[in-house]
Structure formats: structure tokens, C-alpha cells
Design a protein around this ligand. Sequence first.
Ligand SMILES: [Zn+2]
Ligand SMILES: [Zn+2]
Length: 252
Amino acid sequence: MRFCTLSSCSYANSIVVQDRQTCVLVDCGLRKRDIKPFLAEVGLTPGDLDAVLITHCHVDHVYGLKYLLKERTIPVYSSSPVLKQLRARTSFCGQQDFRALSPVTPEKIGTLTVNHFRLSHDVETIGFTICGDGEKMGFITDTGFVPDYCLQAFKTVDYLYIESNHDLEMYKYSKKPPHVIRRNLGSSGHLSNDQCGQALKSMGLSNCKLVVLGHLSEEDNEPRRAIASARRFLPPGIPLRCAPSRIPGPWS
Ligand SMILES: [Zn+2]
Ligand SMILES: [Zn+2]
């Protein structure tokens, strides 16, 4: 199993996950002109994608979806509430194959098995675990806190992508309006570096092969701060890095 971020920041989020036979995109917040070049940069075309999974309907996660679906019809999976919001927000020109994830049964998408978990954001949002090739990846972004059931389910992941959005020290000097800062710090906002670290500590992650920190705010965080915070809470020896913000990252 391997994965690669195409973009990971407050402006555009999209990640490819694949095993030997099945390839899925998690979110498609890319600009129209970036979709094909960014996929090409990691050796893929829209034709290689077996499905798209959507975490939630904020523009940085779904902006490019309508353009991707114009290239070809690809099944789009999410929870029923997220799909309902997606339909209400965006015109898909008739081309849509939206499939609701079961609230109780894991979803088989090709050779991958997908579980989803409700998160705490200001719109309906889900995180995922994706299993393939005998490995498990956890995917958690855009949440004000990490619910206990996620901490439990993510204990055994081989790979983890987790939001480390802002640094509390840097927020003291932020140019963001106070209501935006209040929203981001709230229980339906985003994970700070400290909260990300606490979640990593609670998960344990003793068998994890790689942790990738994502969705870093370009104004209110720095990779070195996010890494330093996460490192304090991770068992020693577990590889850790930040996803590049606006360019495709390396395959993991
Ligand atoms: Zn976001
Ligand atoms: Zn969001």
C-alpha cells in the first residue's frame, strides 16, 4: 500500500491512496488546471482512479471534483450527510455516481476496505481508515478534536495522515480576524500542533511505519513547529514528515 499527497494546505487538499490493484483519491480540492498535471507528476491519470472519497464539502476539499468528473465518471463515496451537502452545493452536469458509505458495514472498493468515522467540524465531516495489501492507513483532517472512537480505531494503523493545522504561539500574532481564530480553535475547527501531538500520544502508534502531518496553515504554522510538536508525543524511531503544501509530495 502507498499514498501520496497532491496538495495539503488551507487552500487545496487531495491525496492518492493505492494498493497493487485499486487507486482512490481522498478529496479533490485542486484547481482545475492542477488536476491532470499533479496526477501526472505522481505517474497517474484520471483514468487510473477507481473512486473518490470525500471527507467534507469545504471548498479546499471539493473544489476540483466537478472538473475531475468531467474527465470521466468516477464513483464518489462519502457518508449520506456529506453527499447530501455535496449535491446541494455543486453542479455536476448530470455526471454523478454518488455512493453512500454504510454507517455500519465497511465498504469494499476494489481490493481496498474503507471504514469511516464522524469528526467534529463546522460541516459534516468524516475521517477514514483504508486497508489494502494487508496494511492499514488512517486519514484524519479538519476536526476540532479527535473523538475517542477514532483514537481507538487508529491505534493499529501502518500509515497515518493527520492534520496539524495551526501553532498556538503563532496565533498570538495572526492576521486572521478574531472570529476566524475562534472558529479554528473551537471544538468544530481544526487541530493545533498540540492537539495533533496529544492525539498521536493517545493512539500509541507503536507499529506505525510513517506519520505525515497535513493541512498546515501557511500563515499560522511552520513545518518545523509541527514536526517538533508531533515528535514529542511519538514513540522514538517512527518516521515523521510534513506534506508539502501546494505541490505533490513523494510516494510513501
Ligand atoms: Zn480543509
Ligand atoms: Zn474544512
